[in-house]
Design a protein. Structure first.
Lengths: 114, 114
């Protein structure tokens, strides 16, 4: 599993319009081979800043499969004009994840994602 | 639910040592009131860069509850010397999440996290 990460700075005051377009665009990215899930979060400290997290089966599912697909043209058309500056996208591999056990005396559960 | 986000640039070649310390430190943050879960991911393009995602019940559980706790001193002692530069931490609120339906003809499932 690969995590695609992008910090999206949206031209203000286009935040509501961006969120509506992003909801529409979600169906596009979700139709791509190798897509697992995605989340969009809005920054509390900088309200026109968003965090996009997309989980893919492999790096190439994003870098080649999605970016060279006809669906990517629709994605760009819906979203790219909102960004200033244009975002840098990076990819990450899981090192660990950890969850509340609902009891502080339980054994910690550290698990490799890879 | 609040998502704490930090990009961690770790002094090279201390990556393995950092990952071991982070595994140990995980039990500390997980013991704090309002903690839900956290994940550490390693960047593919910049191998000494990590992404930390921590989910908290409220913003104050992190900014006040954790940062003013005695446990935070242990966390700092284990981890802060690995970072260069010292990371900026931001907090995010969920806008949407979306998951593969395992069939492309299914209804999209867009869900508000808030």
């Amino acid at each position: 599993m690969i995590l695609e990460v992008a910090i999206l700075n949206v031209r203000s005051p286009m935040e509501s319009e961006f969120e509506a377009a992003f909801t529409k665009a979600s169906a596009i990215i979700a139709s791509i081979r190798g897509y697992i899930s995605h989340e969009l979060h809005r920054c509390i400290e900088v309200p026109n800043r968003y965090l996009l997290l997309v989980r893919w089966q492999t790096l190439e599912d994003h870098t080649t499969g999605f970016r060279r697909s006809p669906e990517y043209d629709q994605w760009k058309q819906l979203l790219h004009h909102f960004y200033d500056p244009f975002p840098t996208v990076e990819h990450f591999e899981g090192v660990l994840q950890y969850q509340d056990n609902s009891t502080q005396n339980a054994e910690p559960r550290v698990k490799n994602l890879q």
